[in-house]
Design a protein around this ligand. Structure first.
Ligand SMILES: *[C@@H]1O[C@H](CO)[C@@H](O)[C@H](O)[C@H]1NC(C)=O
Length: 167
């Protein structure tokens, strides 16, 4: 499992591993997680389309994500959209059970769903948080640059005014 997770982390999201579940099926993973570790799962669910014989996006599908800690306590239970990211932080070291199932109730006669999943724990997950943090900083930096520009323009105009006053 460790190795699998490590391999999953190496793969980019576009070609990360995927598995198939039936609409009403629940898939669980066991992941050994140290204490106080942030875990991030990037996922996307697609629906089998018999017409095209391929998997296509279907935004109306929701995904339930449920995480239980080693003491069987639910630490995450949430309905997500068909594509996105879930995050949780462990409080107790040990085996965590991560379960994923769709909110469709055989709308498509129990059609197959393809779930792309990339789980990252620890450093990589923290990197995500950091990247997000840096992105926000960049945004703020851009904003303050915009303000700077604005200020310069005002100063320029002031300069023109004072010139006019002098002449
Ligand atoms: C399933 O989840 C999606 C995404 O949250 C939501 O748009 C949809 O209404 C849900 N369907 C049902 C039957 O709850």
């Amino acid at each position: 499992m460790r190795l699998l997770i490590a391999l999953l982390s190496l793969a980019t999201y576009a070609d990360s591993l995927y598995f198939h579940i039936a609409e009403t099926e629940k898939k669980c993973f066991i992941e050994e997680i140290p204490d106080e570790t942030m875990v991030t799962g990037n996922y996307k669910v697609q629906l089998y389309d018999p017409n095209t014989k391929g998997y296509g996006d279907y935004p109306n599908i929701g995904m339930h994500v449920e995480v239980k800690d080693p003491e069987d306590k639910v630490i995450l239970s949430k309905l997500y959209t068909s594509e996105g990211r879930f995050t949780f932080t462990s409080n107790t070291p040990g085996e965590h059970v991560i379960c994923i199932y769709s909110n469709t109730t055989a709308w498509f006669n129990g059609a197959q769903l393809r779930v792309h999943l990339d789980i990252q724990a620890g450093d990589h997950a923290q990197d995500y948080a950091q990247v997000e943090e840096e992105r926000k900083l960049d945004e703020n930096r851009e904003k303050s640059l915009e303000n700077e520009d604005f200020r310069l323009k005002i100063d320029e105009n002031r300069g023109k005014c004072s010139e006019k006053l002098i002449f």
